[in-house]
Design a protein around this ligand. Sequence first.
Ligand code: C2E
Ligand code: CA
Length: 451
Amino acid sequence: MIDHSHPGADTLRRNEAALETAVKGASQLAQERTLLLREITLATQEKAQERQIFLIVINLADTKNYDEIIRIFGYKLADDLLSIRLADMDFVGTRQTAYRVGFWSVGLIFRARNKRDYDEELDRMLSVLAKPVICRGIPVAIKAGVGICDLMKASGSAEDLLQATYLAGQAGAASPLGVAECSYDSTVDHRRAFLLISDAAHSLATPYEFSLRYQARVDLKTGKCDAAECFLRWRHPTLGTVMPDEFIPLVEMTGLIRELTIWVLTASIAQMSSWHALGHQLKVCVKISSKNLEEEDFTQRVAALLENHKLAPEFLELEFSERRSVPDIESARARLRELRDLGVNISIDDFGTGTNSFGALESFTANAVKIDRRLIQSIVDNPRRQALVKSMIRMAHDLDMYVVAEGVESPAMLEMLGNWRCDYAEGFVINRPIPAEAFIEWYATRFASAK
Ligand code: C2E
Ligand code: CA
């Protein structure tokens, strides 16, 4: 209960009221969605010879557009816009019931007697949606989209069909015609993505589902291996091996990226510490997500792991990339500074292919840059790319950073990079990412005796 005599009571009361409205809104949406799901199930069971039955989801505004509206006009006007647009859509309810299925979307079952009937209904919807909404005298253009699923042809559960049509509505908003048909592939992809997101937490807690592979980094001056970079692999119980390029971006959309990175750090730091105990003084390079840099206690967690495993911070290198944008530059900067102060090395990954690589050198204090493998792989017979890589190396050195070339696949590339004074190289020409036991065996036979 709230003490209403408190000076902040009004604010609290307002917050409480807003929360109550939001909760009510969410449960109403869930109820309407359930009703539509029941209609979809009934419609798919109908043996309609003379009719075509469609599920239609109208996305009243795409999310980017909505965010922009909020930024420019504020929440109040955005809410008013939604009410006006929903009232505009009243016509869809004249022949069939329209249900709210999302904050900005409505869904309905449309039974067309023939093709003409269908075309007319669609035109009617698109022409209403194309008009700007007049809100407090201001005409505001809203980008809407219509998603369509032919229920007589589609297969799958009512939920899958609704999800796929919802996605088609979003695709419709992005297309010039404003309409998109539901694609079965997108349902399969989204079902797979959903499965991966929902299973990640369980897999992280299950031994052997996630594991690490190690790849050598070699000093181009001495030819010795000084570090191992680790890459994550996921053996999903039903989907088999899933590669990080697929699951990392999905996990990054959830709060679980925090647990995932800590899992990788714990496993790799423990591994390194046991190799140090055997006399192999290797560094370990771990890729972190830019989202991790927003975690206020990230540095403390890294420090605690190093401490627990008795590994000196200089043996850890954290790689981060700007490829998937850095959401909060200020906290990222502060976190990188803390990590550097702790004695951990920082490298900017994917250098040379991001949209803002040179900006990254300015914004973030790092010890190293890693030139992206796509750039490295194109150097062999491309003089312009060669000039680019050479100048990147020079520039990094001028800024007191060392340079790692990744994705080196041939001895010719290795030689070229050595001649350009690139400091380190990684790639299939040296070794592929392999499990820990295989890596240390490989390392011991090649390098350990020459130490
Ligand atoms: P990345 O950081 O650019 O990693 C390099 C990728 O190139 C790795 O793929 C590696 O196996 C591969 N590679 C290494 N040498 C060569 C080569 O000579 N030729 C070619 N063609 N490829 C080479 P992988 O393991 O599939 O990882 C893909 C991406 O997934 C990584 O790109 C990284 O962004 C992300 N990733 C991998 N492990 C982790 C992790 O533990 N945490 C995070 N946050 N991301 C990870
Ligand atoms: Ca990389």
